[in-house]
Structure formats: structure tokens, C-alpha cells
Design a protein. Structure first.
Length: 150
């Protein structure tokens, strides 16, 4: 049985490290803002095993103009569970959470190899690709949010 629930930043490291920081020290899994009260971390569990994670930060992009922006970071699914719809379920969960927070815009830096995944979920690339040191090429992506569901 699968379930998505709130987790701690430290719990997210169980997936962040092998997927997003492979070969790097555990400290590299800590993101600025992980421990803020406004930050939420979600984990997707199958039979009580954590297989996917995502973090949602209530923070503005330096280049996008909108009120109440949210950044998604650290979206990752363990390799043997990828391409089975779990990433989409986590993203839709984030979108619902952000709608309920009256968020108007979601943004993130997507790895080059993940852009097509996000485009299928109606996120748009903004500007040229850029490099993040020791990680690779990324694109700024965004999606404007509908009004909250009633």
C-alpha cells in the first residue's frame, strides 16, 4: 500500500543522498531552509518503506514576480521505483498542498534530464540552462497555480 505523509528533513536524506547526492557526503543533503517552520517535507511510502521524497519551501525566486511563491527542491524517487508514476503523485501532492496555502506560483531548478518529466505536468522552462556546481545543467521551471479548490 502506498501513502504520502509528512517527514523530517533528516528522513528525506535516505532518498536525497543515493538519488541526488550519490558519492557525496551526507552533509551535502542539507538544504538551506530545510528546518524552517514554513518548509514541508513529504515522503512516499510503499509498505512502510520510504521510496520517494520532495520538499516544499515558501520562498521567492530572485527572477520571478508573483506573490506567495513556493519552491520545490529535492524531488527524488529511488531508482527501482522510477518511471512508475510515483514522482507524478508526489508532485500532485505538492501542488494540492501549495493550493491550500494560497500559493500563486511553483518554481524550481530542474536537472536537464528531468525537464521532460516536469513538462508533462505543465511546468514551463524559463530562460537558458545554467550549471549548478558538482551537479550539472539545470533549467528554472515554473507553474502558475489555479485558485484553491473549494
Amino acid at each position: 500500500m502506498e501513502i504520502i505523509k509528512n517527514i523530517t528533513a533528516v528522513e528525506s536524506f535516505l532518498v536525497r543522498q543515493p538519488v541526488l547526492r550519490a558519492g557525496k557526503p551526507l552533509e551535502s543533503c542539507q538544504f538551506d531552509g530545510d528546518d524552517l517552520e514554513t518548509t514541508q517535507h513529504f515522503g512516499l511510502f510503499i509498505d512502510e518503506k520510504l521510496i520517494g521524497i520532495v520538499s516544499v519551501f515558501n520562498t521567492k525566486s530572485a527572477v520571478l514576480i508573483a506573490s506567495n511563491q513556493f519552491q520545490i527542491r529535492g524531488m527524488a524517487i529511488l531508482p527501482k521505483f522510477q518511471k512508475q508514476g510515483f514522482g507524478e503523485k508526489l508532485m500532485l501532492h505538492c501542488e494540492e498542498y501549495i493550493r491550500n496555502q494560497k500559493g500563486t506560483l511553483i518554481w524550481f531548478n530542474a536537472r536537464e534530464n528531468a525537464v521532460s518529466f516536469y513538462e508533462k505536468l505543465h511546468y514551463k522552462k524559463i530562460g537558458a540552462p545554467f550549471a549548478i556546481a558538482d551537479i550539472g545543467l539545470h533549467y528554472l521551471m515554473k507553474k502558475e497555480m489555479d485558485s484553491p479548490t473549494k
